[in-house]
Write a protein that binds this ligand. Structure first.
Ligand code: NAP
Length: 285
């Protein structure tokens, strides 16, 4: 049986550390502040935004929500971003994805001041991550690194396979594993012999978005298996990409869904917001 990686516990540690640093900054006169922008009424986005605001309250980060109607124009959204870029109370700006059709998400991200880009999606921050000279790491991949670290398994020298190459998960995930000196293979929908490649992985990270995608024949005995996927099964229950019962028999360490990667994403957002406040104060370089 695999050892289950407790994402809630690791996330609680990251949040506690962020809370301590937020309290110190607040005592010194600067409470870290996060602005969350939501456009339209997507129910999943509403849940994510509420969870982020709740996390801010728990960690001692000031938060403000800017809820705009679905018909908001690109110009109006950009004007809000420019205003938040100038607001000294706000150290981090997060625009909840997805934006309604007709809005240019990439253009909105590029309008965020890089030093307030706590999602680390701005091209400037993506470039810094490529170079390994970053302030912010994208929340989900950075959370995965923390989860792997919590197992005590060294990434250096290991064969790491990432399934998925999106800009927000797969690509930065591969880059972070590379920075940790893993030997990294990125797989995607055009990859040939996927099960064979995955079976070579000491560390397997799945970010596909398909329930039941990673089966036992794709897992090397003793591997660390990280399931980033968030899907609904036939009964509407939240599940990952990995067939849990099969992975459980083979992996040394395994993340559950829910309770694995999910809680880490918001915890890392709190860490990034505190880092952004330190940057604004010249306390972080
Ligand atoms: P995405 O943009 O849809 O990317 C999915 C990736 O999977 C693509 O690179 C795609 O390859 C690859 N893929 C699809 N079918 C495949 C196949 N048959 N074989 C191999 N690769 C295949 O999704 P995402 O935004 O990266 O998210 C991935 C999953 O993680 C989703 O379930 C999402 O909900 C979840 N997620 C969770 C969190 C969290 O906090 N836990 C955060 C973010 C995302 P191509 O590039 O070739 O199309």
């Amino acid at each position: 049986m695999a050892q289950i990686i407790d994402g809630k516990a690791v996330a609680a540690q990251v949040r506690a550390q962020a809370a301590q640093e937020a309290a110190e900054l607040t005592t010194q006169g600067t409470q870290p502040g996060l602005a969350v922008v939501i456009v339209g009424d997507d129910p999943a986005s509403r849940i994510y935004v509420n969870n982020k605001k709740k996390a801010c309250a728990e960690v001692g980060v000031y938060s403000e929500e800017h809820a705009l109607p679905a018909g908001t124009s690109q110009d109006a959204l950009l004007a809000l971003i420019r205003q938040l870029n100038q607001d000294p109370k706000i150290h981090g700006i997060l625009v909840q994805s997805p934006l309604p059709e007709g809005l240019d998400e990439a253009g909105v991200v590029e309008a965020i001041a890089p030093e307030k880009d706590v999602d680390a999606f701005h091209a400037y921050n993506v470039g810094k991550i490529m170079q390994g000279r970053y302030h912010f790491l994208p929340c989900t991949p950075a959370g995965v690194i923390e989860l792997i670290r919590s197992t005590g398994v060294e990434i250096a020298g290991k064969d790491c396979v990432v399934i998925g190459r999106s800009d927000i998960v797969g690509k930065p995930m591969a880059m972070l594993l590379l920075h940790q000196n893993g030997t990294v293979t990125i797989c995607h929908s055009k990859t040939r012999n996927l099960p064979e490649i995955c079976r070579r992985a000491d560390i397997l990270v799945s970010a596909v978005g398909r329930a039941g995608f990673v089966t036992g024949n794709m897992i090397k005995p003793g591997a660390v298996v990280i399931d980033v996927g968030m899907n609904r099964d036939a009964n509407g229950k939240l599940c990952g990409d990995v067939v849990f019962e099969e992975a459980d028999k083979l992996a040394a360490f395994l993340t559950p869904v829910p309770g694995g990667v999910g809680p880490m994403t918001i915890a890392m957002l709190m860490r990034n917001t505190v880092t952004a406040a330190k940057l604004a104060l010249g306390l972080s370089r």
